[in-house]
Design a protein around this ligand. Structure first.
Ligand SMILES: *Cc1c(COP(=O)(O)O)cnc(C)c1O
Ligand SMILES: [Zn+2]
Length: 555
């Protein structure tokens, strides 16, 4: 059993014993409190103790508001991988981008941590029924753990939550109440319902178990980064320079900053990261307040976004607290992303890194791209992005038309020649209707990177050539609509390729975009003048030049 812990009131600073049922400060009645532990004592044994335990959320049980060390409701929460985003990093010119893949929790979002710790605490307190308000993921996570713990759950969801998510909630036996109204209104109805029936109501950022659960993300990152980058100088664990998260109510980053603050208090890390909070354009009450230097949010009465998960119009004091925590430490920023940029980032991540994420998670990646592009995040900084949730359902609006190829096997031509016929049909559907682009570069990695970037932007039929001679042969045979040409190749360089293309009538008109790794001399630039469409610098593809160039040339 862990020793009992204390809570400190954020308003009157009174410390009292932590009791799960007491949701307000006994001295002043404030609901804003934080858990405090005996850090020096825990620090002495933390590393040696932790290393003996499995890598999951309960590894840090002496720093959690539960007494039992094994709450017996585990579904495998926490311990998610920290993935290095090599392709994304190459593309945006940042070599140390890491993804904390919270999709890999039991119900596929980082709300699993919050639900696991709260339900464990609820069980210890002998409580058998509770109420949550949710935009989807909280309800799904609590439903799974409540089912496992035999606790009855009432979930109030806004009617805008996708029906697939609602059904998922109902499958666990949860009572689903659909509220036609905003998320802020839904929370109000849920809390009134709970008060009337005297049921436990989840207070989100004002709930000790919720914040304490979220801070385990920081602990895990600090333990995982040294495996990838080596330990921090003079410290056993390592904090990143930046932590980036998409935000609705802001509970995640509040917990994560608390986690890093505790690690620093225990002398295990040297710094608390800068925090980038990313909201959606259509619901950005924190961003608007931040830009005006205000310490209270500017509420949005009716959020305008397709990304319902992030539709907290009035984050209230969570914003004040978050801003204060950021300013007291190393700072950070609040920015927003449009739905459109978010969907683009979502495609990107799937095609570049093999990660299918839900729009609410993609918002963080869209923010990352903006922050690197604008120079707020430096190219050498270590960045961790919380990949908060998995895409289900895939919003149909996001894939657009033509995302599947239909092959009708009853077609007579296919029935006759079976395999050959099928392959022929496949090559036909796969190649005929998309713009044809030839990538010429002697480095296979460079060709692969260009291939990935193009594929993440749309449907293309791509050809590759590894040298000048091959480039000319492929151009004559395949007649591409566009050639991306590396200048510096052994034997026949890019200049010679252009000369050869121009001499042949069948290839003279094909537009060429030169992609080069080095600064060109004035003489070289002179040689290119009038012969190419554009000149692009490698490693700078984030500027969208390539994508825009390709699109405009092919339209
Ligand atoms: C809840 C949620 C968020 C926002 O988290 P907060 O820290 O509570 O604002 C972001 N992404 C996903 C997938 C979520 O479920
Ligand atoms: Zn108080």
């Amino acid at each position: 059993m862990n020793p009992p812990i204390k809570v400190r009131c954020l308003d009157c600073k009174t410390e009292s014993s932590y009791l799960f049922n007491q949701t307000a400060c006994p001295a002043c009645g404030s609901q804003w409190r934080e858990a405090v532990y005996d850090y020096p004592a825990i620090a002495l044994q933390a590393l040696s103790e932790w290393s003996k335990r499995p890598f999951n959320l309960w590894r840090y049980h002496e720093l959690l508001p539960i007494q039992s060390r094994d709450p017996n409701i585990s579904l495998g929460e926490g311990g998610t991988p920290l993935l290095k985003a090599i392709n994304l990093g190459t593309m945006i010119g940042c070599k140390n981008i890491f993804i904390k893949d919270e999709r890999q929790g039991p119900t596929a979002s980082f709300k699993d941590r919050q639900a696991a710790v709260t339900i464990a605490a609820l069980r210890e307190a002998g409580i058998r029924e509770m109420v949550v308000a949710s935009t989807g993921n909280v309800a799904i996570a609590y439903s799974a753990y409540a089912a496992r713990a035999g606790i009855k759950l009432w979930a109030f969801l806004t009617s805008l939550v996708p029906s697939e998510k609602m059904r998922e909630v109902a499958i666990y036996g949860t009572q689903v109440i659909k509220v036609t109204g905003s998320y802020d209104q839904t929370k109000k109805v849920a809390s009134e319902f709970a008060a009337q029936r005297n049921l436990y109501y989840d207070l989100g950022a004002r709930s000790i178990p919720c914040i304490e659960a979220m801070k385990t993300i920081a602990y895990e990152i600090a333990e995982q980064l040294p495996n990838q980058l080596g330990p921090g100088e003079g410290y056993p664990l390592r904090a990143p320079d930046w932590y980036i998260q998409s935000v609705s109510g802001g509970m995640g980053p509040i917990g994560v900053i608390k986690g890093f603050t505790e690690l620093k208090a225990m002398n295990l890390i040297d710094r608390i990261p800068k925090i980038a909070v990313i909201q959606v354009d259509g619901c950005a009450p924190m961003v608007h307040a931040w830009q005006q230097g205000l310490d209270t949010p500017l509420p949005v009465a009716s959020p305008k976004t397709l990304i319902e998960t992030l539709a907290t119009g009035d984050p209230g004091r969570s914003y004040t607290l978050l801003r204060q925590m950021m300013l007291q430490n190393n700072g950070g920023t609040f920015i927003s992303s449009s739905d459109e940029d978010t969907f683009r980032a979502m495609h990107f991540l799937a095609k570049m890194e093999g990660l299918s994420v839900e729009p609410a998670a993609a918002v963080a990646f869209s923010g990352l791209i903006q922050l690197v592009r604008s120079g707020v995040i430096g190219h050498d900084e270590v960045v961790v992005v919380n990949n908060t949730g998995h895409t289900f359902p895939i919003e149909s609006a996001i894939l657009g038309e033509g995302w599947s190829h239909d092959i009708n096997l009853s077609h007579p031509a296919l029935q006759e020649s079976q395999e050959e016929g099928l392959l022929a049909a496949l090559s036909k559907v796969a190649s005929d209707r998309y713009p044809r682009v030839l990538i010429v570069d002697d480095m296979p990695e460079a060709r692969q990177l260009l291939r990935r970037i193009l594929q993440s932007q749309g449907n293309f039929t791509l050809f590759e050539a590894a040298n000048g001679k091959e480039a000319i042969e492929v151009s004559q045979k395949e007649r591409p609509n566009l050639i991306l040409l590396d200048l510096m190749m052994p034997e026949m360089d890019g200049f010679a390729v252009m000369d050869a293309l121009q001499k042949d009538k069948s290839t003279a008109e094909i537009p060429v975009v030169v992609v080069t790794a080095k600064e060109l001399t004035p003489q070289e630039k002179q040689r290119l003048r009038g012969r190419i469409q554009n000149l692009l610098q490698k490693g700078d593809f984030i500027s969208e030049d390539l994508q825009n160039e390709v699109k405009s040339l092919l339209n």
